[in-house]
Design a protein around this ligand. Sequence first.
Ligand SMILES: [Zn+2]
Length: 376
Amino acid sequence: MRKEILDRIHDGHQGINKCRERANQSVWWPRISKDIQDRVAACKHCLEKRPSQPTEPLLPTELPDRPFQKIGVDLLEFQGKHYLVMKDYYSRYIDIAYLSSTTAYAVICKMKNSFAHHGIPESVVSDNGTQVTSEEFRKFASDWNFQQQTSSPRFPQANGGAERAVDTAKAILRQDDIFLALLTYRAMPIPELGASPAELAFGRRLRTTLPSLPTNFTPRTVNHDQLRVKDEAFKAKQKFHHDRHRGAQQLPELQPGDPVLIKHDGQKEWKLPGEVTKMVAPRSYLVQTDKGPLRRNRRHLRYRSSDDSAGETNNTSGPVIVPDALRHSPEPQQTPTPAPDESPPPDEPTAHQPSSGGYHTRSGKAVVKPARFLQE
Ligand SMILES: [Zn+2]
């Protein structure tokens, strides 16, 4: 009888508070509040239909110590053609290479070409594309002596720098003269940093179509300490805007053994259950599932018996529903070592950059895009 009433109270799949309110208007028995809580928590439908996790605050990446020490690579498909986009985390210098095929071999050839120009980076950050997880690529990394850092699959935007580079590359590829567009990007000063990608990368300005005094092209060294300060301020500003615009929320850390449900951005339901094996990087976890081990970003994991409505826990005995937000003590405020899959998307302020979160109208008025576009 009580079970039937509890089912009825939960008709329409409302949350715990609403169901309690509903019960208040008609029935009562001892511990009904707790029964309602258990009933809602056990509802499979509600578990599966909960919304996606909120965006987490940006974890700004640290500026590397020198140019071409750490680069991000990503594949880009544009108008039916494939390109490899490589970006230096220090200078924001970008290389775009046309790929006649998307095999590991083709990707490796383009990377070797780039490394021949700039030297071999110490580390290469990428998503988990099949090219970079191939045995061939691993051998390349080993032979050429660089480290591979991969990000969670299904979380491409975590590849931070390279992801933004992909947007910049698209804006460049859209133009009539893509080489002139690329040159302009590399030669144009980034206002917040006070230097262009080329200056940061090579210590000299690039000659463009604009008339300029020859002395402007005399090599000059960029002061690294000053750059670091500017870079930090720049990234802090980006983080502030990102976090505010998206209502970013820190999700609590998961522990080994935690039961979770998995959902990707494209999926509607939290269906695939799993158990956390370990944290492989900040916000990135290895999860054991029926389909085998999966690596997932925290945003795509939800503590299984948690409930969305924080503050719904009560102190009675029995199974207690712990909201995600209350499960573990708040994380320390200090910024953890940035994970490769969590690099922030540094802005690439170019004239044609449609993706830096906003743009200016002809009258110079700044227009900020709604946060939801930023992630695509
Ligand atoms: Zn329900």
